[in-house]
Design a protein around this ligand. Structure first.
Ligand code: SF4
Length: 58
């Protein structure tokens, strides 16, 4: 798995409400070592920790 924020345990995806459902917007925030905005496909930093490979983060 390539190392992008999207696949890091410190990344939280943001969603928008759309027609009664929620859609991921490929943007979110990182919480380590401090809170900051991040695009989902930002190249990973030195603090990257991979999510469980069975976790669906699409
Ligand atoms: S900035 Fe670093 S620690 Fe934060 S989500 Fe991306 S890879 Fe993970």
């Amino acid at each position: 798995m390539d190392e992008y924020c999207k696949y890091c345990v410190h990344f939280f995806m943001h969603y928008v409400a759309h027609k009664g459902d929620f859609m991921a917007i490929d943007f979110g925030h990182c919480v380590f070592p401090r809170v900051k905005p991040r695009d989902a496909m930002t190249k990973a930093c030195v603090h990257f920790r991979a999510v469980d490979k069975l976790t669906d983060r699409t």
